[in-house]
Design a binder for this molecule. Structure first.
Ligand SMILES: Nc1nc2c(c(=O)[nH]1)N[C@H]1C(S)=C(S)[C@@H](COP(=O)(O)OP(=O)(O)OC[C@H]3O[C@@H](n4cnc5c(=O)[nH]c(N)nc54)[C@H](O)[C@@H]3O)O[C@H]1N2
Ligand SMILES: Nc1nc2c(c(=O)[nH]1)N[C@H]1C(S)=C(S)[C@@H](COP(=O)(O)OP(=O)(O)OC[C@H]3O[C@@H](n4cnc5c(=O)[nH]c(N)nc54)[C@H](O)[C@@H]3O)O[C@H]1N2
Ligand code: SF4
Ligand SMILES: [Mo]
Length: 708
């Protein structure tokens, strides 16, 4: 049979690379980057290239499965499973109230462009505040900081015309992730090389000499967890030397003097000794950053998972705002968003907005909602803690709590305690193997989607619609993540209200209907977007930044409540502890958190999450590459396969999360890796607003494992 080629985009990660898919006999046989795509230009990575294998993989669940009395799983028809799940959910609501039913939307809920909106609205419809997602264990500090400081209506400078970027603990070249002005992730090496040709200067702040740090003009090899001190030192130099944008600060900023007084306490001897960054480099970074006319500082997961992520993110805002790194009147905004509404941006500040502190509270540690979501770092406690509001049912959508949440052993106890655990997962994972029902999802090439998540990350007015290009394998009984919620609402008589209106409840709507209601204020009708096969740049979307409203009284707050006190507290710390190393998180190119570890081409790249460590440290501990280390925090121990790595400085160990299994047999660490979240406590070292536990810069000791 002839091969047919269709366009689609990859959803293995959130980068959404434009693809061409070869289809033979109704099955995808090959994928490659769409070389004609105006944004991606043919880019793909090893993970995306496995889509054909993934769709046909023997581990892939093709039917829902139900746990039996003896603990085994048996296939069950989807309508039967949905009837039973709806009945059990209704019963739990009747007995314990709507709050006892929770959803956790993990990374693959973000990859299906309808899942999050429908899940959230379903919760609203049944009156349950227990909506959780991976956002609150990712970089919650960004939301806390933005809401305290306020912002700039026309947005901050982007990468494309920046003279300088400061990238703090973000490794886009591997993660394809880039927040607020970092390296465009579509083809990061190409983007970086082109920008360097036009003169861009790059400052990387990372304990590890990463792929990005090697290409940077300046690499500050900060001690893990010491970003608040380092950024305070950098700000101190900028403000002491008067390198900030005084006009901008005078007109639009409040609290600069208080912030200056706070960072003045961070004398460079102290900063250097605590962060292990030489004084000359701190001064050079401050001058390089402030010298550029346009530029941006941005942070990733590393510093946001280390202690005081909110403060780090505040200092990032302070660096950008003190240097006036925002779009001004008359600036051209090439992409205010294609799927988003026109906003008529103005060159003015926006006031602080309350993203936390109101609404329902968590029952533990005084935590509450952040951006309308309950804090995932406390969900295991909400399940284990008896009493009014205890979570009894969990719908886990494309997530893997047992390896991703802080405190693995507590998470396992929580999954065990639930009256009902439903997972929508492509496979039997460390979490779904504990479920009562595992529902089998449709995969990427079988689904329609729009890149809602990154609509205004693109630096051109670009979007792409993916049509389903293959059917699920014959005999499969699969559904989409959002369809679970629709089917429950349909049976339970509740509503799902999307931004564009309610979903029809008598007959299941099409995916296009759902996408249309989610993106109801898009610039172009869905039919027009669908008429372009593949990605397309749209004309007439760009905006020119307008003048400030003369009555605008909003100012960016550089010293909002809590900041000066927290900086004073940091200044009193020595940074010394009784552990030899700090364990930092990282991403591996060939896997996506716990996804991909099962595929052949990926397993050929490695079957474990190595403990990367400096050769000098290896020698000191008395092991060689390939030996097994025992890694012990104040909370627990794990095993890790040692791997000498010159890019990791002494005193640091670098390991990816989301590997292994809680019931790991020590002999299996080479085959399935181990979970760094076993080392983490969510009760002793956590953020008081988001509950974010210390999931990077974890103090640990090392020794050769008793078992080799
Ligand atoms: N120590 C430490 N902990 C961390 C982090 C860290 O850096 N260090 N990072 C944190 C961050 S940033 C995040 S986002 C979280 C991630 O947390 P999670 O999202 O909970 O973890 P994942 O491993 O990404 O889980 C994805 C699950 O989706 C399944 N899956 C794969 N494809 C599909 C699909 O097409 N559909 C469906 N329905 N399911 C699918 C996979 O089998 C897997 O079980 O972890 C956090 N935890
Ligand atoms: N290939 C691949 N891509 C992924 C993922 C994956 O698992 N694999 N995961 C996805 C997810 S869920 C997310 S949220 C994004 C995250 O995207 P990124 O934030 O870019 O994640 P990382 O690549 O882990 O980069 C974090 C960097 O922080 C450094 N770091 C660790 N601790 C500290 C610290 O205390 N201070 C400083 N300054 N740096 C520190 C680490 O050395 C690392 O280089 O990536 C996504 N993309
Ligand atoms: S970077 Fe790789 S995994 Fe991510 S969308 Fe592109 S091809 Fe897929
Ligand atoms: Mo993430």
């Amino acid at each position: 049979m002839a091969i047919q080629t269709r366009k689609s985009y990859c959803r293995f990660c959130h980068n959404y690379c434009a693809l061409e898919v070869d289809i033979e006999d109704g099955r995808a046989v090959a994928v490659r980057g769409d070389a004609g795509d105006p944004i991606y230009g043919g880019y793909t990575c090893i993970k995306g290239r496995q889509l054909p294998e993934l769709h046909a993989h023997p581990m892939r669940l093709l039917q829902p499965h139900k746990r039996q009395a003896d603990g085994s799983f048996e296939p069950i028809g989807s309508q039967q499973a949905l009837d039973e799940i709806s009945q059990r959910v209704s019963k739990i609501i009747d007995e314990s109230g709507p709050r006892s039913v929770a959803s956790y939307c993990g990374t693959y809920a973000f990859q299906n462009s309808a899942a999050l909106a429908v899940a959230k609205s379903w919760h609203y419809g049944i009156g349950s505040e227990s909506f959780y997602s991976s956002v609150t264990i990712d970089q919650p500090g960004k939301f806390v900081a933005m809401s305290r400081a306020g912002g700039w209506h026309a947005g901050g400078h982007g990468f494309k015309d920046a003279d300088v970027v400061m990238i703090i603990g973000c490794n886009t070249i591997v993660s394809q992730y880039s927040a607020f002005g970092g390296i465009p992730p579509w083809n990061p090496v190409r983007e970086l090389n082109e920008a360097k040709k036009r003169g861009l200067e790059v400052i990387a702040i990372d304990p590890r000499r990463t792929d990005l740090a090697r290409r940077a003009d300046l690499h500050l090899q900060v001690r893990p967890g010491e970003d608040p001190t380092l950024l305070s030192g950098i700000l101190r130099v900028i403000l002491e030397e008067g390198l900030h944008d005084k006009d901008f600060c005078e007109n639009w900023v409040e609290g600069l003097d208080e912030l200056h007084a706070s960072v003045r306490q961070f004398d460079l001897d102290y900063v250097s000794q605590r962060t292990r960054v030489p004084i000359e480099q701190i001064v050079a970074a401050a001058r390089m950053f402030a010298r550029g006319r346009k530029g941006v500082a941005t942070a990733g997961t590393g510093p946001d998972m280390a202690p005081r992520g909110n403060l780090t993110e505040h200092l990032v805002i302070a660096l950008n705002m003190a240097c006036g790194r925002v779009h001004r009147e008359g600036d051209r905004l090439p992409n205010p968003g294609v799927l988003s509404p026109q906003r008529n941006r103005r060159a003015q500040a926006t006031p602080p907005w309350p993203s936390y502190g109101s609404g329902p509270r968590s029952r533990v540690r005084g935590l509450g909602q952040l951006i309308g979501e309950m804090p995932t770092a406390a969900l295991s406690d909400e399940i284990l803690e008896p009493g009014e509001g205890q979570v009894k049912a969990l719908l886990c959508i494309g997530g893997n709590p047992v390896v991703a949440w802080p405190d693995q052993q507590k998470t396992v106890r929580a999954m065990d305690e639930l009256s009902l655990l439903v997972c929508v997962d492509i496979r039997i994972s460390a979490t779904s193997k504990m479920a009562d029902y595992v529902l089998a999802p449709k995969l990427t090439l079988e689904r329609a989607d729009l890149p809602v998540l990154c609509d205004n990350w693109y630096e051109a007015a670009y979007t792409q619609y993916a049509a389903p290009v293959v059917d699920p394998p014959e005999g499969a009984d699969v559904l989409e993540e959002w369809e679970l919620y629709w089917e429950m609402a349909h049976r339970m008589g509740s509503q799902i209200l999307l931004p564009g209106g309610p979903l029809a409840m008598d007959e299941r709507p099409s995916k296009d209907d759902v996408l249309d209601l989610i993106t109801n204020r898009k610039r172009f009708p869905l039919e027009q977007i669908k008429s372009h096969e593949g990605g397309h740049i749209y004309e007439g979307v760009e905006e020119i930044v307008g003048a400030a409203d003369p009555d605008c009284e909003a100012r960016i707050q550089l010293a909002p409540e809590g900041i000066t006190a927290e900086l004073a507290e940091v200044r009193t710390e020595s940074g010394v502890e009784s552990f030899s190393h700090r364990l930092i998180s990282r991403r591996l190119r060939h896997v996506y958190n716990s996804s991909g570890q099962q595929l052949d081409a990926i397993r050929a790249k490695g079957t474990t999450n190595h403990a990367f460590i400096n050769p000098l440290d290896l020698e000191e501990v008395g092991v060689v590459s390939g030996d097994i280390l025992e890694i012990t925090s104040s909370h627990a121990s794990i095993l890790g396969v040692a791997q000498a790595a010159a890019d990791v400085p002494p005193g640091v160990i670098s390991m990816a999360h989301a590997w292994g299994d809680p019931s790991i047999d020590p002999k299996e660490v080479r085959e399935i890796g181990s979970s760094t979240n076993r080392l983490v406590s969510n009760e002793t070292d956590y953020d008081p607003i988001s509950g974010m536990a210390r999931q990077s810069a974890i103090p640990v000791n090392l020794r050769p494992a008793p078992i080799r």
